[in-house]
Design a protein around this ligand. Structure first.
Ligand code: GTP
Length: 301
């Protein structure tokens, strides 16, 4: 194989405070929706991967949960999953929201990042809404603390600067065979991705009414003979009154959630979807190992 034809393949870990725009950036790099974007912090519980292609380079993106001070077991699992994704990556992207900087979350992250052996890249996101002067001050401050190999100014939302960043990232990947087939954009199982889509609708439609501690468990996933798919999911909440909120008056809310999720699922999967949602009250589900594993998290002590 000559230098011109050889392929490259590598891992890129995406790290950042909650809401920095990691999921949006992964989607922009992959070019289609794989990670779930939400205005609510800490929505990325499962480690969904996106696979971005740039010419002859394949980049496996590990979209991490927001890293923040862990308190409960659920929080600790999320932090652990995030750093696990960074281990031995060919590049770690630190995504920063320069407008709503979460200093208390960014500081420990920057500190921990300084000790990592992997190549570190600073991504200042949301340039579409950030002011230039403070943006440059922040870039200078962070590059003073961590030895970043490169700094990019992008808007994951508008795509500004993303294509240039993607080319530069691709050049950092080592030569090697591709790990995934060309048409694969995500290795997250369809069951898990389907549950993530429903969870996004839950958050979208219930806003502040529903606390973070609700989960969507994938149950059955049946490919029907007619080419459609039958998906059963369970929405787990911590209390009875939360169940009432999810159901809505006469079941109207869960119906709307189900309809929106089904429409999106059909589009993502490219097939007709029959979606069945059930709500279950399970106190302390956030301490349940079984549910953890079902929503794609490792159980840590
Ligand atoms: N204006 C603007 N908003 C953005 C940009 N990138 C992301 N956002 C918004 O910022 C919010 C958070 O984006 P996400 O991609 O969900 O952030 P995240 O870092 O994955 O969040 P967690 O899953 O909580 O860790 C969403 O409302 C996005 O639409 C950007 O470049 N510009």
């Amino acid at each position: 194989m000559t230098a011109e034809t050889s392929t490259r393949c590598g891992f890129v870990a995406v790290i950042g405070a909650p809401n920095a725009g990691k999921s949006t950036l992964v989607n922009a790099l992959v070019g289609q929706k794989v990670a779930i974007v939400s205005a609510k912090a800490q929505t990325t519980r499962a480690r969904l991967m996106g696979i971005a292609l740039e010419d002859k380079t394949q980049m496996v993106l590990v979209d991490t949960p927001g890293i923040f001070a862990p308190r409960r077991r659920l929080d600790r699992a999320m932090v652990s999953a995030a750093w696990e994704g960074a281990h031995a990556a060919d590049a770690i992207l630190l995504v920063v929201d320069p407008v709503k900087q979460r200093r208390h979350e960014l500081e420990p992250l920057v500190e921990a990042l300084g000790r990592r052996p992997e190549r570190k890249i600073l991504v200042l996101n949301k340039v579409d809404v950030a002011k230039k002067e403070p943006l440059l001050v922040l870039a200078q401050e962070l590059t003073g603390k961590v030895d970043f190999a490169e700094v990019f100014f992008v808007s994951a939302q508008t795509g500004d600067g993303v294509a240039e960043m993607k080319v530069a990232l691709a050049a950092m990947m080592p030569e090697g065979e591709w790990i995934y087939p060309e048409d694969q954009v995500s290795d997250a199982s369809e069951r898990l991705m389907a549950a993530e889509i429903t969870r996004e609708q839950l958050y979208k439609q219930l806003h502040e009414e529903l606390p973070y501690d609700s989960a969507v468990r994938p149950e059955q996933y049946i490919e029907r003979k007619d080419g459609s798919v039958e998906i059963h999911q369970q929405i787990v909440v911590g209390r009875d009154n939360q169940r009432a909120i999810v159901l809505g008056k006469g079941g109207s809310r869960i119906k709307a959630i189900g309809e929106a999720a089904r429409a999106e699922l059909s589009e993502v999967l490219g097939q007709k979807v029959h979606l069945f949602l059930h709500v279950k009250v399970e106190e302390n589900w956030a301490e349940s190992r079984e549910i953890f594993e079902e929503i794609g998290l490792d159980w840590v002590r």
